[in-house]
Write a protein that binds this ligand. Structure first.
Ligand SMILES: Cc1cc2nc3c(=O)[nH]c(=O)nc-3n(C[C@H](O)[C@H](O)[C@H](O)COP(=O)(O)OP(=O)(O)OC[C@H]3O[C@@H](n4cnc5c(N)ncnc54)[C@H](O)[C@@H]3O)c2cc1C
Length: 282
């Protein structure tokens, strides 16, 4: 069968989706779409695409039963630009191929991530990886001014090392994590869904979550039925542990959940999510 062309994806090609103050996500190319998932799944039975309704049902069935290999037949290539601290989290997703700008070869650009005052939060007491509650605005503004001052000073120092003839590979060592880097990043749809599932989650850091949202826009354009199935069976699906399932059983029987501490907190978050999901669907 000929190369699959998806009109919505064609429209997105080469468009920069702006993220943070200097970053972006740009869909460079794609291979396949919903039709490729269906074709490759049906090769088991020697049948091609059928009606839209049957194709959708098949895609939902595949994802809900973890039959994920047909989703690996769809591949997306992105050009992305992000602060180094975001790239450090991003690169943990090993099932992708990437090529990053070289700070040994090129002079790094004078571009740094600066948070918005509203993003500066206090360290959360319980969640050691997160923040809670905003800093007072005047305090946030003065901290951001200091951050910018440090960034400018670090970049000036970098330039002075370069002027002294220091090799770029070591002149860069004083540059901070807020410096922007960029790369080409290629991933199949199955592993992109896993990335999105983790990084669209409310536990993910806000500054990578906004990149996940831009990547999600591209995934949705390339394979809209598969993206719907991802929302249905992964993103908005809620999984209960064995202990939580027992608590639900007790509650359905009219009893108390019987949970406390951290377990209760996690359980309440899930119940809250269910109430949000049901409010959205009414
Ligand atoms: C909220 C949050 C907080 C985090 N905090 C930290 C932290 O504090 N410190 C830290 O180090 N990391 C942290 N991480 C990163 C996390 O531990 C994972 O490394 C990251 O999310 C990538 O997930 P993954 O392994 O499923 O993805 P991928 O690497 O893309 O892997 C996808 C799937 O392929 C499998 N796979 C990948 N490579 C191989 C291989 N070579 N052989 C066999 N199977 C393979 C994986 O097991 C997985 O099932 C955090 C992630 C999140 C979302």
């Amino acid at each position: 069968m000929a190369r699959i062309i998806v009109a919505a994806a064609e429209e997105l090609l080469d468009q920069e989706i702006k993220v943070l103050n200097h970053g972006f996500v740009r869909l460079v190319d794609y291979l396949g779409g919903d039709a490729r998932i269906v074709q490759s799944a049906r090769v088991s039975y020697g049948q091609g695409t059928k009606s839209v309704r049957q194709d959708r049902a098949l895609i939902y069935f595949l994802l809900s039963h973890q039959h994920t290999s047909p989703f690996e037949q769809v591949v997306l290539t992105f050009h992305c630009k992000m602060p180094i601290f975001v790239a450090r989290q991003w690169v943990r997703h090993r099932t992708a191929r990437l090529n990053e700008v070289s700070g040994r070869y090129s002079v790094m650009k004078d571009e740094f991530y600066v948070p918005d005052p509203s993003e500066l939060r206090f360290q959360d007491d319980k969640n050691k990886q997160g923040g809670s509650g905003s800093l007072p605005l005047d305090e946030a503004i003065s901290i951001i001014e200091l951050m910018e001052k440090d960034q400018k000073a670090a970049y000036k120092r970098y330039e002075s090392y370069l002027e002294q003839g220091v090799a770029r590979e070591l002149a860069r060592v004083s540059l901070p994590l807020s410096l922007y880097t960029e790369w080409y990043w290629q991933i199949d749809l199955n592993n992109l869904f896993r990335f999105l599932w983790l990084r669209l989650d409310s536990h993910a850091q806000e500054q990578i979550r906004v990149y996940a949202e831009a990547l999600a826009t591209c995934a949705k354009a390339v394979a809209p039925m598969a993206y719907d199935a991802f929302e249905e069976h992964m993103l908005y699906a809620i999984r209960f542990s064995k202990t939580e399932t027992a608590a639900v059983q007790r509650m359905l029987g009219g009893g108390e959940h019987g949970l406390e501490g951290r377990q209760l907190q996690e359980f309440e978050k899930k119940l809250h999510q269910i109430s949000l999901n049901s409010a959205e669907s009414t």
